[in-house]
Design a protein around this ligand. Structure first.
Ligand SMILES: [Zn+2]
Length: 258
């Protein structure tokens, strides 16, 4: 490109897949820009796109020239249009923004990005929820999920887990209780058909094992004898125990037995 006001809209995808993962604009060629993207990924830039790019083989990723555009303003508009179009098509774009040159019509240089990165480092992250999230209402493909599963297998195990060996007050979850609403949702999720054991019965073999483990462990033979052993004999009264309630009702009756 001789004039820096013209450029291309490019789409980045895996060579083997026809879904674009990122749409960008550049006043250079899409090949040069892809090379820069790899550099930035290597430098550790943290965005969904760069996180994705870091995991790919260099040869597996290509950039397609989607559009030639003349004039910076049109370039920005074209990028917005391409991103909107592909999102509508359901393509799994990792772009954080909707594209365009922004309010000041500037294409960011690597230096400007680096300066902004330093400014924003340590700032609390911005999570976008619900419809605001670019991935709202979509799901990852089975092949993508399988790939992540393999990648994550064995990570954060044992000492690699940042919480390894942390107990009590040292653990980041210490003193945090799950909100009542979340507890209710989890409970509903796991009730009835949602329970992994729903409709399943232990095999004869498993039952035999469980029985063997419990053999010889003294156990009340009924709720009533549990009540006698743990409540009456120890002077405990539990409102959740039907026999305790019964006893309370019969307290005046000398015939009542625990
Ligand atoms: Zn009782």
């Amino acid at each position: 490109m001789s004039k820096p006001t013209d450029g291309v809209i490019y789409g980045i995808r895996l060579r083997t897949e026809y879904e674009y993962r990122y749409i960008g604009l550049t006043t250079k060629t899409e090949h040069i820009r892809l090379r820069q993207h790899f550099k930035e990924a290597k430098a550790g830039r943290k965005t969904p796109f760069y996180d994705w790019l870091r995991k790919q083989d260099r040869d597996a990723v290509i950039a397609d020239n989607l559009d030639w555009v003349y004039g910076l303003e049109d370039l920005g508009r074209a990028e917005i249009a391409w991103i909107a179009y592909l999102r509508k098509e359901g393509q799994p774009l990792l772009n954080l923004a909707d594209g365009g040159l922004g309010p000041i019509g500037v294409i960011w240089t690597a230096e400007m990005r680096e300066a902004a990165r330093i400014r924003s480092t340590g700032r609390p992250g911005v999570s976008r929820f619900g419809e605001e999230n670019p991935f709202y209402g979509r799901t990852h493909s089975a092949s993508q999920r399988a790939k992540w599963s393999v990648e994550r297998k064995g990570t954060y195990q044992g000492e690699a887990n940042p919480n390894f060996g942390k107990f009590g007050a040292a653990h980041p979850r210490f003193g945090h209780a799950m909100p009542e609403e979340s507890r209710r949702l989890l409970s509903e999720m796991r009730t009835g058909a949602g329970n992994p054991n729903y409709g399943r019965a232990a095999s004869a073999e498993t039952r035999a094992k469980m029985s063997a483990v419990r053999k010889g462990v003294p156990k009340p033979s009924s709720r009533r004898s549990a009540h006698t052993r743990y409540h009456t004999n120890k002077g405990v009264v539990k409102p959740s125990c039907a026999y305790c309630v019964e006893d309370l009702a019969k307290q005046c009756d000398p015939e009542s037995e625990g």
